[in-house]
Design a protein. Sequence first.
Length: 489
Amino acid sequence: MTLSKGVWKMATEKSAVFIIFGGSGDLAHRKLYPALYRLYQAGMLKDHFAVIGTARRPWSDEYFRETVITSLEDFDDDKEKMTAFAQHFFYQSHNVNDSEHYIALKELAAKLDDKFDAGHNRVYYMAIAPRFFGTVAEHIKSEGLKTDGGYNRLVIEKPFGRDLASATELNDSLSRVFPEDEVYRIDHYLGKKMIQEISNIRMKNPTFEEALNSKYVSNIQVTLGESLGVEDRGGYYETSGALRDMVQNHIMQIIGSIAMDKPEELSAEAVHKVKTDLFASLKVLQPEEVKTEFVRGQYDTDNLGDQKAYRDEDNVDENSNIETYVAGRIEFSDDRWNGTPFYVRSGKRMPAKSSRIDIVFNDKVKDLGIKPNTTVSFLIEPEDGHSILINGIDYLEANQDFLKFPEDKTYFDNAREAYESLIIDILAGDHVHFTLWDELQSTWKYIDAVREQWDVEEPDFPNYLSGTMGPEAADTLLERDGNSWVWDD
Ligand code: NAD
C-alpha cells in the first residue's frame, strides 16, 4: 500500500463530485453540509464541485437545496451566497439494493462532472447505516461508478464493525472495490484541533518528546466524559455500549496520537507505521485480567430521582446490560511504554462534559523535598487548550502553578471544525488523520477480549447515579497502583 504523503493544504480551489449516500440524514445535514459550506466560504470549493445527495425519499433538487440551506442556519452569511452554494447540490432518489439506481447515479455524476469540470474526481461518502456499506461498495464496482483519469476516494463513518470478525468481513467487501489508499475511515476526534496539535507540540518541543516514555511518565489518563445520557439514541446504544462506541475508536486513536513513537517524517505513511506498531504492542487481556483491569457501569437516576435511569430510556430494554460507562487499565509492551499504565474512561451522565488527556510524570525528586512537575493536560472539550503544572522559581517552597495555553479563550475560535478539517484532508489525499485497517485489527482484538469476558458475566447494573463520576471501582483501579484520576469532580 502506498499512502499519499502529507500534502501541503493551501486554500486552493479543489474539484470533485461528492456522492453522499444518506444525503437526507442527520450526519449529512448537521456536519457535512456546514463543513462543505465553510470550504466554499474559504474558496476551496468554488466553481468545480457538485454534491449528489442520495436517499430513499423521492425529493426534488429544489427541495433538497432548501434542506441544505436550512442546515446552514447557524451561519451569519448572506442568503445569496448560500443559494449559490446550494446550486451545486443535486438529489438522486436511491435504494441501496437497486442496480438501476446506481446506473442513474453514474450518469448524473458524469453529467455534473462535465458541467462543473470536476476533473473526474469522485468522493463516495457513506453517511448511511453501516449494514449498507458493503452493498453500496459492491454496486459501485458492478455498475462501474469509479472513474478513470481522476481519483476515487471512499469515506466511511464509524462504527467499523462490532468486533474483529465483522470488521474483517466489512473490510474484505470494501477492499474488493477500494484499495486501502482510496479509503478514508473517519474518526472525528482525529479532526479536532487539539488532537492535531498534539503531534505539533510533541515534535516541536524535544524536551517534552524526550520525556514521553515509561522512564519519566508514571501514567497517562484519557477521559471522554459526557454529562448527557443517551437522549434519543437508545436504540443505537443498545447495539453498541461505551466500550465499542468510545474506547475501540476514539480513545485508542487519542492514545495513538500521544503515545506513538516519533515518526521518521510527518508523512501519512511514517505516522501510520509508528501507530500500527504501537497498537500491535497492546497487551491483550486474559479473561481473568479483564475482571481486574476493566470496570463497566450503567447509570441510574440521580440522587433526587429526577433523571431517567438508562433502563428507563426510550428504546432501551428494561433489563439491559449495556454499559454506559467504562474504565480500563491498558498496557503496551513496546520499549517506550512497557510498565506504564494508560487509564481510560468514558461515561454518560458524568458531572460535566470533559474530554482530556492527563500525563502524570514520575515524582523522582520527591526525596529532595521538591514537589515534582506532575502533569501535562491536553483539554480537548469543551475548551481546547493545554496546561502544564510547573514549579515556580521558589522551588524549595514548592510553589506550583498551572501554565495554561491559550490564555486568550478566543484563540481556537477560528480553528477549523473537525469535519471541515477532515474533508480538506480527503480532498488533498492526505491520510494522516484517518484510521488504517492494520490499526483497527489490533484495537478490535484488544476490545474483543474484554467484551467476550463481559458477555459471560452478569453485571450488577445500574451501579452509578447520574451526575457522579461513575462506579467506585473505577477509582480503585488507579488506587491499587498508588495513583488517582487527575480530573475529579
Ligand atoms: P440517519 O438515519 O439520520 O440517516 C440515514 C440515511 O440513510 C438517510 O438519508 C436515509 O434516507 C438513508 N437510507 C436509509 N435506508 C436506505 C436505503 N435502503 N437505501 C438508500 N438510503 C437509505 O443516520 P445518521 O445519523 O446520519 O448516520 C449515518 C451514518 O453515519 C451511520 O453509519 C452512523 O453510524 C454514522 N455516524 C453518524 C453520526 C451523527 O452524528 N449522526 C456520527 C458518527 C457516525
